[in-house]
Design a binder for this molecule. Structure first.
Ligand SMILES: C[S@@+](CC[C@H](N)C(=O)[O-])C[C@H]1O[C@@H](n2cnc3c(N)ncnc32)[C@H](O)[C@@H]1O
Length: 276
């Protein structure tokens, strides 16, 4: 059930619930480390540093990904008229979370967050501070469990009206044997015409050698394995959708708001598509 759960105040990773495994790096916490957050442990910092050694621009990449997320949400509310979001692979709360960006535009926006990491769950309260008239909820679930996600999200979102499904920097954790395209298709099948899919995904065909080395190191050290994908492989997630201009591009080149955003290094593909 969508729940308001918070057992650990933000910024207090050392008092995490017993279910948090601190002996192995986990992606939510490694990502938090790259973003300069405090919700990470020694194993996360070791993995994060090993990745930085292989691909130093990862610290710019993750910021460019967050900026892309904010621009897509703003686009979806302002220009596409979207008022409902299903954000799967939320991450540890940081600046400009989906509900903050969406509700700053239109307070009535409704957002359901989904993640499977216990530290993200412990911070869910920070994600649930909805603007008046809108709604936010948190579902503790795995992306592979689409039935659970859809059933619980339906308590807050109206699936007879358009929804934006946000899959930002999460699909790399579903390997090819686990049918990542089928998972995305199942989610979209539940959405009405006029819904959107927004995707960002680490690239295998940008900074090829550095990204391959970083992937190898993360796969040695991190609990969640990674599969980086090419532009063609990422574009398959958007198959059958009407691509919003400028299509599937490097995230920093998707409608950048400033020159600085446009020129940030980032090895991720990003795009937005509309269900016909
Ligand atoms: C790299 S972070 C991205 C966070 C945020 N979406 C962003 O783009 O800034 C990936 C997030 O996906 C979550 N995640 C990874 N695999 C998952 C899965 N199978 N089901 C649900 N969440 C998952 C992790 O816990 C983490 O919070």
């Amino acid at each position: 059930m969508a729940q308001d759960f918070a057992s650990v105040p933000p910024g207090d990773a050392d008092r995490s619930p017993a279910t948090v495994d601190t002996s192995v790096a986990h992606v939510a916490r490694v990502y938090d480390y790259w973003l300069g957050g405090k919700d990470n442990f020694a194993a996360d910092r070791v993995a994060g540093d090993r990745a930085i050694e292989a691909y130093p621009d990862i610290v710019f990449s993750v910021r460019a990904n967050r900026a892309f997320l904010a621009r897509t949400v703003r686009y979806l509310v302002r220009e596409a008229g979207i008022r409902q979001f299903l954000d799967i692979g939320t991450g540890i709360p940081t600046a400009r979370n989906t509900h903050e960006v969406a509700q700053a535009e239109v307070p009535e926006c409704r957002i359901v967050y989904v993640d499977n990491d216990p530290v993200v769950l412990a911070h869910a309260r920070a994600l649930l501070s909805s603007a008046q008239g809108g709604a936010t909820a948190y579902v503790d679930a795995d992306l592979r469990d689409t039935d659970k996600i859809l059933a619980e999200a339906a308590r807050v979102l109206d699936f007879s009206r358009p929804v934006a499904v946000m899959l930002m920097a999460i699909l790399q954790h579903i390997d090819n044997e686990e049918d990542p395209y089928g998972i995305v298709a199942k989610l979209l099948a539940a959405m009405p015409s006029g819904s959107y899919l927004a995707v960002s995904h680490p690239a295998s065909d940008i900074e090829v050698e550095a990204m391959a080395e970083m992937g190898k190191r993360l796969n040695q050290l991190m609990a969640e394995k990674v599969t980086f994908r090419s532009q063609g492989e990422v574009s398959r997630f958007l198959d059958g959708l009407e691509l919003v201009e400028p299509g599937l591009v490097r995230v920093q080149q998707w409608r950048p708001a400033t020159e600085a955003e446009a020129s940030s290094p980032a090895a991720l593909w990003g795009g937005v598509g509309r269900k016909r």
